[in-house]
Design a protein around this ligand. Structure first.
Ligand code: COA
Length: 162
């Protein structure tokens, strides 16, 4: 038996917000999310949910000619196609809204995400050395050591053009 396929992707509803709040607290240090120095309230932003809350993509929709930004991509069952399906659905939503780019920021320790995004067409866009160290001063819940036992220091932006 393989892993079950992703059944559906849908827009987040009010009833999902407590679940997202818990996920943010348990995995991402809670609100606010600070990306590229900007504070975001993920619980107030649009998001896509995969299957029976198997994954989530929270995004800034790119108002006022800004490039839309993927702020959080999280699959609870990894390697099962959830992340890929969420990216595809988000691109579809953004394309319909007239956008042709999607920005995402990850950190220097997240080798799986760097691989994942590049395999899905994202290109390296910018590196901000020490940006996570600066963030930690504002948000002490950010750990000193991240994924893969790598010290957490820098932000890396990747851009998808579609
Ligand atoms: C990165 C992430 C969103 C990918 O979602 P996913 O549903 O596991 O990815 P998919 O199943 O669609 O695709 C699997 C691909 O990701 C890779 N991958 C990344 N992390 C993986 C993991 N922990 N387990 C298995 N595969 C993983 C696989 O190698 C595979 O690559 P390939 O198809 O290009 O060969 C997911 O691993 C995750 O939630 N990670 C933790 C949170 C995170 O780091 N989010 C990104 C922050 S910017």
């Amino acid at each position: 038996m393989g892993t079950p396929p992703v059944t559906s992707i849908r827009a987040i509803e009010a009833v999902d917000r407590p679940w997202l709040d818990t996920l943010l607290r348990e995995h991402w240090g809670g609100e606010p999310m600070i990306v590229r120095g900007v504070e975001h309230r993920a619980l107030e932003l649009p998001a896509l949910i995969a299957g029976d809350r198997e994954g989530v993509a929270v995004y800034e929709p790119g108002a006022e000619h800004r490039v839309p930004e993927l702020l959080l991509l999280h699959a609870l069952r990894q390697g099962g196609g959830i992340g890929t399906a969420l990216i595809a659905a988000l691109v579809d939503v953004l394309r319909r809204a007239g956008h042709d780019r999607l920005l995402v920021t990850t950190s220097n320790d997240n080798l799986a995400a760097l691989r994942f995004y590049q395999r899905r067409g994202f290109r390296l866009h910018a590196i901000r050395c020490g940006a996570v160290d600066e963030l930690r001063a504002r948000k002490p819940t950010i750990p000193l050591v991240g994924f893969n036992d790598i010290q957490l220091h820098d932000e890396i932006d990747l851009l998808l053009t579609f």
